[in-house]
Design a protein around this ligand. Structure first.
Ligand SMILES: NC(=O)c1ccc[n+]([C@@H]2O[C@H](COP(=O)([O-])OP(=O)(O)OC[C@H]3O[C@@H](n4cnc5c(N)ncnc54)[C@H](O)[C@@H]3O)[C@@H](O)[C@H]2O)c1
Ligand SMILES: [Zn+2]
Ligand SMILES: [Zn+2]
Length: 366
């Protein structure tokens, strides 16, 4: 006789079809199977990627259960789970590394090709399986994930701030620290001062950069960038950012230029704003239609490196606990990224605020 897994009924935010407003609806969450965990979500940030899902920009696997920048408490675990236990405070991650693929076996698990997600599906009441955003789905009271997606951190951290390490803030911090390898005395420019770009600014500061230049087309964003640690700002609507960055860096350009918009124009600006042998890091996500046209001789002649950064090349088990400790010691202001806390029913309104550029992060608190 097949056994029917026990289920919990909870409220979650679902995108049923392309461009339709999201809905708060009942979701069935199965009890954790082997290697899985059910987490009671405390907070979940609203990321641009959630909006991309609901606009059909990622894929067509509707209906989606949105939300993926979350912190919470482990409620139950399935057989064989040893990294967490009920009651643990965790940040959810979308890089539960497999330990078996070529990247993992070569000792570079942050490039893992085969990351784990829960094997069972959360469903709508009629049994329709939900596709969880980035394999998480955390605009919901309780979510089912692979246990490797739970990273235990110091429970003294505020869940609203800690959860942001689960995606955008980690992507920005890691673009500077891991991918760009910003180090003491470096000069850095960050194009796009949203949540991701500002985190890159914070990362560059923390790594000891001497000059950190924030570039944006919105003065409100440049004000926040300064608060978060930019030593200089450039509004690229009013000034040529390449010229401005050269002027700030004694004519040289920066050692590390980070693109956090996802657009060929800003990429080209980043490319030319760096000094000879500098590094360009692309963390902004382009759309499939975008093309880049650069003189190959400039790619060769300027030397250095052109890199892309997915999730800040982070290894959650290595990076999250360290960053939370720095936060608790007052050395990384994660609270500065939380613009407002909202309810589960307010996600659609938060997308509008994000569009209007009014927030770094709206965070759903449950
Ligand atoms: N690589 C990753 O792992 C990863 C993870 C999360 C998000 N992202 C991507 O990072 C990018 C930024 O995300 P976010 O949450 O900060 O978005 P956001 O919308 O909050 O910020 C984007 C910023 O870019 C500015 N901007 C727009 N056009 C510009 C231009 N021409 N020149 C300068 N600035 C400009 C906007 O004013 C805004 O401040 C997005 O593409 C997002 O999808 C990447
Ligand atoms: Zn792997
Ligand atoms: Zn995200």
């Amino acid at each position: 006789m097949p056994t029917i897994a026990a289920m919990q009924r909870v409220q979650g935010v679902v995108a049923r079809q392309k461009n339709a407003p999201v809905e708060l609806t009942t979701v069935l969450v199965p009890d954790p199977g082997p290697g899985e965990a059910v987490v009671r979500v405390q907070t979940c940030g609203v990321c641009h990627t959630d909006l991309h899902y609901r606009e059909g920009g990622i894929n067509d696997d509707f209906p989606f259960l949105l939300g993926h920048e979350a912190a919470g408490i482990v409620e139950t675990v399935g057989d064989g789970v040893i990294n967490v236990e009920p009651g643990d405070f965790v940040i959810l991650n979308w890089r539960a590394v497999c330990g078996q693929c070529r990247a993992c076996l070569r000792g570079r698990p942050w490039y893992c090709f085969n990351t784990h997600n829960a094997a069972q599906k959360m469903t709508l009441e009629d049994g329709t399986p939900l596709a969880p955003a980035l394999g998480i789905g955390a605009f919901i009271e309780k979510t089912l994930v692979h246990s490797g997606q739970c990273t235990k951190v110091d429970p003294k951290a505020s869940p609203a701030a800690a959860g942001l390490l689960g995606c955008g803030v980690m992507a920005g911090l890691g673009a500077a620290i891991n991918t760009g390898a910003v180090t003491r005395g470096d000069t850095v420019a960050v194009f796009g001062c949203g949540g991701v770009g500002d985190a890159a600014i914070a990362g560059a500061r923390m790594a000891g950069a001497r000059t950190v230049i924030g570039v944006d087309i919105d003065d409100r964003k440049l004000e926040t960038a300064k608060r978060i640690g930019a030593t200089h700002t450039v509004n690229s609507k009013n000034a040529d950012p390449v010229e401005a960055i050269r002027a700030i860096t004694d004519g040289f350009g920066v050692d590390v230029a980070i693109e956090a918009v996802g657009n060929p124009t800003t990429y080209e600006q980043a490319f030319y704003a760096r000094d000879l042998a500098g590094v360009v890091v692309l963390v902004g996500v382009p759309t499939p239609d975008m093309r880049l046209d650069l003189p190959l001789l400039d790619v060769f002649g300027r030397g250095g490196a052109l890199k892309s950064s997915w999730y800040g090349d982070c290894l959650p088990s290595r990076d999250f606990p360290v960053l939370i400790d720095l936060y608790l010691q007052g050395r990384l202001d994660l609270d500065a990224f939380v613009s407002e806390t909202i309810g589960l029913g307010d996600v659609e309104a938060a997308f509008d605020k994000m569009h209007r550029g009014e927030v770094l992060r709206s965070v759903v608190a449950l």
